[in-house]
Design a protein around this ligand. Sequence first.
Ligand code: GGG
Length: 352
Amino acid sequence: MKTHTIASIPADGIGKEVVPAALEVLRVLQQRHGGFKLQVEEFPWGSDYYKKHGEMMPKDGLETLKKFDAILFGAVGAPDLPDDITLWGLRLKICQGFDQYANVRPTRILPGIRSPLAGRGPGDLDMVIVRENSEGEYAGHGGRAHRGHPEEVGTETAIFTRVGCERIIRFAYEIARSRPRKQLTVVTKSNAQRHGMVLWDDVAAEVGRDFPDVKTDKMLVDAMTARMVEKPASLDTIVATNLHADILSDLAGALAGSLGIAPTANLNPARKYPSMFEPIHGSAFDITGKGIANPVATFWTAVMMLDHLGEKAAAARLMAAIEKTTAAGIVTRDLGGKADTRTVTKAVCEAL
Ligand code: GGG
């Protein structure tokens, strides 16, 4: 029997509710499906850890995580700590430390779920957003000077490298090629940003020549938001920069019913380091501790994790159980339902 080692980092807020729910579902899946075993170790890192130790994770945290086959992550962020400490001290440290440059965000309207787009249901929105996850606007390049003085300045320089653009655009083309529609939309803002975004466009045009079988189009990010709302069915695979894709994928999640169902995988495609799987949503302190968080995004990211680990049949079985549950109307309040986290988790376990 194949054993996969999983590092579990629920981290903050509702991450501590949805990750245990996903582990419960994964335990049931292992029993029912057989053929593989997940050996899970939990790490108590995050904002509470920071309050005790002055750091979001130990200094040798990446060294510890390196040994695992995958990381299952919850959410990061606390109401009483600055976001740049929590996000950079944990989630981005792992993403950048492990060169998880490809962030994959599939979105579909699941059966039984009502999109806020009138008259649209499953089949009308089925897209994969590929987010550049290592540089761009999140490169962390910049600084502050003259702190506290009237002339204080802050700079945030987006970094676009040829290597960084090429590898993510190529990765996105491969995903587009693997999907039935073979269609890629390259999102840009090169009308206003004349350097990095033009390099991005140039590299996209060059890489595109290697994929003559994939239909390509280019959209400015502002026009893309309108197209996602007005003609979601016209989109399939989308590649965008770190910040653009972050924003577009929240929109995609909302159009599919709720951010509470949107999963993501932070991949190191070369598999030199473990990849990390998490719901797109953050720690949601407004609902933390109430037991009403939607666990579906974390279940779906567990599907992506199983796929990545080569457990394709188990992944498909878990996805089918999630869809059976949503189709039966067993959904949380963010989706207009009445179920709590526990009820949805139990229903998915029963569906398995
Ligand atoms: N599970 C995702 C998460 O915790 N996200 C927190 C966050 O603030 N992310 C910002 C970003 O990814 O741009």
